[in-house]
Design a binder for this molecule. Sequence first.
Ligand SMILES: [Zn+2]
Length: 247
Amino acid sequence: MADNMSQLSCQYGEDEFCYEVIYLPERKHRIAIHVHPNGVVQVDAPEGAKQTDIKHAVNQRARWVTRHLADIRERQKEVLPRRYVSGESCFYLGRRYLLKVNHIADGKPETKLFAGRLNVNTRDTSPEAIKQLLWHWYKTHARTNFQKRLYVLAEKIPRVRKSPPEIRLLTMKRQWGSCSPGGKIILNPHLIKAPRDCIDYVILHELCHLQEHNHSPKFYQLLTRYQPEWKSVKAKLDNLSEILLNQ
Ligand SMILES: [Zn+2]
């Protein structure tokens, strides 16, 4: 946990939830509460805000938070653990494909999209082997696809156009992407399963951070300029996150 964070909890009726407080120097007055799709509750507070004020603000919205968390738990129940057998669904660029595991007598394993199916040809058809082959396939496609899209999107942004950043892939549990203070863009390979506009949204979000390093109103103005419909795209991605992050 970073220096500017602390962890608190809130009791609401029979429910209790924990939340992370992030103190932001550029934040003026308001305390804002977010419930992330993975169930993490985040509270943004101005630097120096009193803990009693933060607790009060969270208590005021505790009903809303617990409702949200209950919805998330409900959605998570629907997501079954993967088995890596023929007939399972695989997502790629927002489309659903059926997995087809084909046993081959010899030769190198191969994964490819063919006739609406994601075919894995392999000698070792154990779930662990299929999992690894699929993951390798996803990462390879993620790398080329994301970088291509980044170059296209970077063209829109004057500050970034001249030297668009390289992408690094990192599997994350809670995030689709991040932007380091040094200007590196990190993307979650699971994002390759999402629809194209969702991928663009995440890349644009991170590209805008190269200019505005926080989530200030200026940042959102910038994002809105490049993707006016980003809010609905983000909502779509949030709704898919349990399925897409289920490896
Ligand atoms: Zn951000």
